[in-house]
Design a protein around this ligand. Structure first.
Ligand code: ATP
Length: 328
């Protein structure tokens, strides 16, 4: 254990996700357990530059494990992308006596931390907080499981109205670069088709597949579309295409949007956040730096930042096959 780490800062950065509060709570309590001071940094790197800090003890994080969003607030900071901005942030951290920080965020936040570490040899550790699950080095990011449950719940509700009116619904879910949410929630919600960034189904095959499903006796259909699906059409353009090329369906669109980011974190995300926070703090006091904490085969492990940032999070191809079989 290093006795050079006496005060650890914690911040949430980039887009918020359910489970960030549970992770902040875990970092604060792990610090208290090891007799280390913990300082909350408001508004991500923006607050770091401004010295917007608050001392946090174990009791200061009571009642937040079940809350969505982040009590520390989050931000995207342009200034932190500059040498001057980062120098100011370093100055503020030193002034407050902070020896290391834990950043909870996505790959952009980790890139910022990595550069900061290179410039100032400042100990840093990352916890992946994003609903997209698009980070290499962990099977689950914080908030992903909660978002999946939110999306499945929404699909179930949409299904009720779709089946009452012989409707075909395109449901757009988050996922610009990876289709984890669409693929998993699509299978769980019994979608007839799932469109993801990793696979180009093609418009003709989509219509063909929907015709087949109608012929087999289905009176309603749900197509789950990831934001960045590879057909490359917006969900509204998909609707127009199907409207023009398929008869007998009333086609509707539902864009789930930011509701997917909100809500109380699932049990899985709360437990994951608690495990990750402890690992982040204990790794820093054990002398490690420049890593992301992740979950691999149910073990909490570390991945170097440069690998986490450069690596690609891949979808499970077995799920694609299962999804095909389920739509038979
Ligand atoms: P999300 O997955 O929700 O987008 P993220 O952490 O990837 O989360 P970004 O906006 O990409 O979100 O990054 C968060 C912050 O990290 C940025 O606002 C910026 O302050 C810092 N950051 C990102 N990239 C860099 C970089 N190349 N250099 C310095 N700082 C960076």
């Amino acid at each position: 254990m290093l006795d050079t780490i006496k005060k650890i800062g914690v911040l949430t950065s980039g887009g918020d996700s359910p489970g960030m509060n549970a992770a902040v709570r875990s970092v604060v309590r792990a610090c208290a357990f090891h007799n280390i001071e913990c300082i909350g940094i408001y508004r991500g790197y923006e607050g770091m530059i401004d010295g917007d800090f608050i001392a946090m003890d174990a009791r200061s994080v009571k009642g937040i494990i079940n809350k969505g969003g982040t009590i520390l607030k989050s931000a995207r900071s342009k200034d932190f992308r500059t040498v001057e901005g980062r120098a100011k942030a370093h100055q503020e951290l030193k002034k407050a006596g902070i020896d290391a920080f834990v950043v909870i965020g996505g790959d952009g936040s980790f890139t910022g931390a990595m550069i900061f570490n290179q410039e100032f040899n400042f100990p840093v550790m990352g916890i992946p907080g994003t609903i997209d699950n698009d980070i290499y080095g962990t099977t689950h990011t914080l908030g992903y499981d909660t978002a999946l449950n939110t999306v499945v719940d929404a699909i179930d509700k949409i299904r009720d109205t779709a089946s009452s009116h012989n409707r075909l619904f395109f449901v757009e879910v988050m996922g610009r670069d990876v289709g984890h949410i669409a693929l998993n929630a699509g299978i769980a919600g019994g979608a007839e088709e799932i469109l993801i960034p990793e696979e180009d189904l093609g418009l003709d095959r989509l219509v063909e597949s929907l015709r087949r499903s109608k012929k087999s006796g289905k009176s309603s259909s749900i197509v789950v579309v990831a934001e960045g699906d590879k057909i490359g059409k917006s969900v509204f353009e998909l609707k127009d295409f199907v409207d023009q090329n398929m008869e007998g369906y009333d086609v509707r669109v539902s864009v789930l949007g930011h509701m997917q980011r909100g809500g109380s974190p699932s049990c899985f995300d709360r437990v994951l956040a608690s495990r990750m926070g402890v690992k982040a703090v204990e790794s820093l006091i054990g002398g490690k730096s420049n890593f992301m904490v992740g979950l691999k085969n149910d073990v909490i492990d570390l991945t170097p930042f440069d690998q986490a940032v450069k690596g690609k999070s891949k979808i499970n191809m077995e799920l694609l096959r299962v999804s095909d079989i389920m739509t038979t």
